[in-house]
Design a protein. Structure first.
Length: 240
């Protein structure tokens, strides 16, 4: 069955990432993945959370939110900010970015990634991880240029995509129309070197087989490879 937008099953939506979108933040990236648009900003603070005081290690964390009219209907700001889904996603983004950071080399400073969804058409959490990495790299590049580090304290890239089973077919990078009818929904976070950071998979209908899971993870790896290439193109603009 052909996909709603005519893509091949292993093809992600058109993606663009623009660095330096926010002139005040140490790092920023506007990521557009099909009709999903997320702005990610990185802010650096020369202190760490209380639980890390005295460790001489740094911290990377994230906050996530959707604008009230990011979707087809307006939602209350307060309800969105306090939802369990919001907290789950921002923890996912923070874990994903910390997975490729050398927190010892970062020193006692905190980098906060704010990921705000301007428009949602599926895959907002994976777009936040992918764009968040670009914003983080821009912030680290600026710190390195200012002489804070001789080498940026990061050892790999990280990106994420969704995969699922729609009308019996395994597909990558689901838009909302596909996500809403998927019998299996999975989010996969991977490093640029091909290692897994997190796999979140749920059968919305019938349970799925190991063979189906392997097929979806294979598609996710293809999708992440395309996203890593887009990240590299975006970071070439700042020489990072």
């Amino acid at each position: 069955m052909p996909r709603a937008d005519g893509r091949a099953n292993d093809e992600i939506r058109p993606v663009t990432m623009s660095t330096g979108y926010n002139k005040y933040a140490e790092g920023s990236c506007l990521v557009e993945l099909g009709d999903t648009v997320v702005i990610c900003t990185a802010s650096v603070l020369n202190e760490v959370p209380r639980f890390m005081l005295g460790t001489r290690r740094g911290w990377v964390t994230a906050e996530y939110g959707m604008l009230p009219r990011a979707g087809s209907e307006r939602s209350s700001r307060g309800r969105l900010m306090g939802s369990g889904r919001t907290h789950e996603i921002q923890r996912l983004v923070g874990r994903s970015l910390r997975a490729v950071m050398d927190l010892d080399a970062l020193g006692e400073r905190t980098i906060t990634l704010d990921c705000d969804v301007l428009q949602a058409d599926g895959g907002t959490r994976t777009a936040a991880v992918t764009g968040g990495y670009v914003a983080l790299r821009e912030a680290l590049h600026r710190l390195q240029a200012d002489g804070v580090f001789a080498k940026a304290p990061i050892f790999d890239s990280v990106a994420a995509t969704s995969v699922g089973i729609v009308s019996g077919e395994a597909v990558v990078d689901l838009c909302y129309a596909e996500d809403s009818m998927a019998s299996v929904d999975m989010n996969v976070v991977m490093t640029g070197s091909g290692k897994f950071v997190e796999v979140q998979g749920t059968a919305e209908g019938m349970p799925f087989t190991r063979e189906r899971m392997d097929e979806m993870i294979g598609l996710a790896a293809i999708g992440v490879k395309q996203l890593v290439a887009a990240q590299k193109r975006a970071l070439e603009e700042i020489g990072s």
